[in-house]
Design a protein around this ligand. Structure first.
Ligand code: LLP
Length: 444
């Protein structure tokens, strides 16, 4: 089994807690996370970097799993945060991450987001374009402040990952072209509202090979050394995130090797480093529990129709991602496995978690865990087909708690308004009357 989950007395468990117990109490679908698993990852990476004698801050990429309980647990352990929106910034602050440990990344920050970052006294903005730099300068000067900035450089290195999560090639929208970085850095240094402090690089997500990291880190280290030699006061380097996990049979790098690579390629610069891991911290530490609704034998295929769907976990639909699927009750070793498609109830053929997957015989009512769902799971979910968001549960030691309840339909419907004219206009048309004038701000 993956991450912190294992069969215990035949039942899939997180430590002493059987996941079936949670499913019975909370219902399905439900995301379950292991706090112990997440904190172990934080200790692993912080320890590996310390052993290489690197002065490093691990800024957890909040986007991977932004739940307040998870960000809070990591903050309490000493992690910083990598945020990409005002909402993530607010979460990080609420979770107790000090402003001085927050990096604000993202290719399209609004002026309001820049202002929020300045007010929170964040460690740095990772700036991705000259246009952004000019606006940030003005926003900071308007406040009588200087914005701490790292320029994100695009090293034009192919991370050899899925096209939708590759970010470091010249074809991608991210970062400042390597060849333009010197000019933009000098501009940053001259702008009175900008305090140019460093460089940043991030080449993609779910990297299972160290080689592209090596290329990118070497390129950015060389640029860093050149710019510093030319008189720019660079004093910090952000190496981004992206360390992969094993969803199927990938062999991602050991974090000790990753730390060694960082030490070898950028250690000689002698500056504090920032790392922005997201998936690696939380991916393996989460599962999505789902119940089989029906078993359906089609003409060509056998389907397990489950109560989770693409709105809960969109990765298989969006990236053709493989997620292991295992029964909550350990199957007999010689149980005859047959190929099945594990599908959700949504009215799209793309609503599929696995095709032709070998699973032991399952019946309606049986429980399954969709593995490696701790990262980019709940956070990318939607209410498509008016399905309720799945609740979230955190297990820590022998305790577990619902950290996000399943809302009811009434709560979701209460967020929507029907302006009176919408129905009147329709009636008017039917009855041949003039539709009521629009533009009124009244909501009812
Ligand atoms: N730093 C930056 C600037 C990023 O853009 C990202 C992720 C990270 C750090 C964290 O990357 P990680 O360590 O989690 O790989 N939804 C996709 C992944 C999108 C990643 C976006 N950027 C998925 O489900 O695979």
């Amino acid at each position: 089994m993956r991450g912190p989950f294992a069969y215990r007395e035949g039942r899939l468990s997180a430590g002493p807690v059987a996941l079936a117990e949670i499913a019975a109490a909370v219902g399905t679908p439900v995301f379950v996370y292991s706090a112990d698993g997440i904190l172990a990852r934080y200790r692993d990476i912080a320890g590996a970097l310390a052993r290489e004698r690197l002065e490093a801050t691990v800024c957890y990429a909040v986007k991977a799993n932004p739940h307040l309980a998870i960000v809070s647990a990591l903050a309490a352990a000493g992690a910083g945060a990598d945020v990409v929106s005002a909402g993530e910034l607010l979460r990080a602050r609420r979770a107790g991450v000090p402003g001085g440990r927050i990096v604000f990344a993202g290719v399209g920050k609004t002026e309001a987001e820049m202002a929020a970052g300045l007010e929170a006294g964040i460690l740095q903005f990772n700036v991705e374009s000259e246009a952004e730099l000019v606006i940030l300068d003005r926003v900071a000067r308007d406040k009588g402040l200087q914005a701490p900035v790292a320029l994100r450089v695009n090293p034009d290195v192919d991370a050899r990952t899925h096209a939708k999560i590759t970010t470091g090639t010249s074809e991608n929208k991210f970062g400042i072209d390597h060849a333009q970085a010197g000019r933009v850095a000098r501009l940053a240094h001259e702008l009175p509202g900008i305090d140019l402090q460093g460089l940043a690089v991030h080449i993609g997500s779910q990297l299972v090979d160290l080689a592209p990291y090596g290329l990118a880190f070497e390129k950015v280290a060389q640029l860093f050394a050149e710019l510093r030699a030319s008189g720019l006061p660079l004093r910090r380097l952000d190496l981004g995130g992206g360390i992969g996990i094993s969803y199927r049979d990938e062999r991602p790098p050991e974090v000790a090797d990753y730390a060694r690579l960082a030490a070898r390629t950028v250690g000689h610069l002698g500056v504090p480093l920032i790392f922005e891991p997201g998936r690696w911290m939380v991916g393996d530490a989460g599962v999505l529990l789902t119940r089989v609704l029906f078993v359906k034998q089609g003409a060509a295929k056998r389907f397990l129709i489950v109560d989770a769907a693409m709105n809960d976990l969109i990765r298989p639909t969006l990236y053709d991602a493989w997620h292991d699927i295992v029964p909550l009750e350990r199957p007999e070793p010689e149980a005859p496995g047959g190929p099945v498609d594990v599908v959700g109830p949504i009215c799209e053929s793309g609503d599929i978690f696995a095709a032709d997957r070998a699973l032991p015989p399952m019946a309606a009512g049986d429980l399954l865990a969709i593995c490696s769902a701790g990262a980019y799971g709940a956070t990318m979910s939607s209410t498509y087909n008016s399905r309720l968001p799945a609740p979230e549960v955190l297990v820590g030691g022998a305790d577990w708690a619902v950290i996000k309840a399943r809302p009811d339909h009434a709560t979701l419907l209460a967020q929507e308004w029907v302006p009176r004219w919408a129905t009147q206009a329709f009636r008017g048309e039917v009855e041949g009357e003039e539709p009521q004038a629009s533009g009124s701000r009244a909501a009812s």
